[in-house]
Write a protein that binds this ligand. Structure first.
Ligand code: MN
Length: 244
């Protein structure tokens, strides 16, 4: 590795779980995540799909920051919810275990930055002691379609809370975002604060740690917008800056 490359912050990314039709699992990453980190000046490093805590701790050691990517539902058993709820989507014990371990480790350490996207935002809240709404249409209503198949388009409005870290880095109190989520933050974890809500229905669209550590979760998918949506690009730049 060249000296120039080593100066760039190393961002560890968690993989999504994909079940193969013939059996077995893939740990995979959407290219938009690694492209967004590269565009922001970071070096993306996708972690292997494992719940081996010693291996994860060793892999996390050289990382300068962590990006929790999107994916399926978080198992409600992890936050006192009902794992038998028929509205629950696909869950992965392996991925839940892996991401909660990594997130809690950096939360306890209190230094290196964490950016959570969609499911990652939800994982951050659960890791810090919060709960999730399992199914938005049945629990919140259908005034806004948060599960919009137009993944690369701005589909609903979000209000950003003035004075938050998100407000400082986006520089606006109202933006429009894409939306492809089934769950959302319900009871906020004690150390977190809400930094954005969906305008029409109040669904939590971003959370952050109330403190000096960059620990920020966005419910939308900024990686699908980063090349043409300044508020989304700003999230990746802020992660890389905090990792530098
Ligand atoms: Mn949404």
């Amino acid at each position: 590795m060249s000296a120039v490359a080593k100066q760039k912050p190393l961002i560890a990314l968690t993989p999504a779980v994909q079940e193969r039709s013939g059996g077995g699992l893939n740990g995979c990453i959407n290219k938009e995540y690694t492209d967004a980190v590269l565009a922001a000046g970071g070096l993306p490093m996708v972690l292997p799909l494992t719940d081996d805590e010693a291996a994860l701790a060793a892999l996390l050691a050289p990382a300068d920051g962590l990006l929790l990517t999107g994916g399926g539902d978080v198992n409600p058993a992890l936050f006192g919810g009902d794992p038998a709820n028929p509205k629950l989507g696909s869950v992965s014990r392996l991925r839940d275990t892996m991401e909660l371990f990594l997130t809690r480790r950096l939360l306890d350490e209190g230094r290196r930055p964490v950016l959570g996207i969609c499911r990652g935002c939800q994982v951050m809240n659960v890791a810090a002691g919060g709960t999730l709404a399992l199914d938005l249409p049945s629990e919140i209503g259908a005034a806004v379609n948060h599960s919009d198949p137009r993944h690369f388009e701005l589909v609903h409005d979000v209000e950003i809370v003035p004075g938050t870290r998100l407000h400082a880095l986006v520089g606006a109190t109202a933006i429009r975002v894409n939306s492809a989520h089934h769950q959302a933050v319900k009871d906020l974890a004690p150390r977190l604060r809400v930094s954005a809500r969906s305008t029409r229905d109040g669904v939590v669209e971003a959370v952050e740690l109330d403190g000096s550590q960059f620990f920020l979760g966005a419910q939308w998918h900024p990686e699908r917008l980063h090349d043409r949506h300044e508020p989304s690009a700003a999230l990746f730049r802020a992660l890389v800056a905090a990792a530098s």
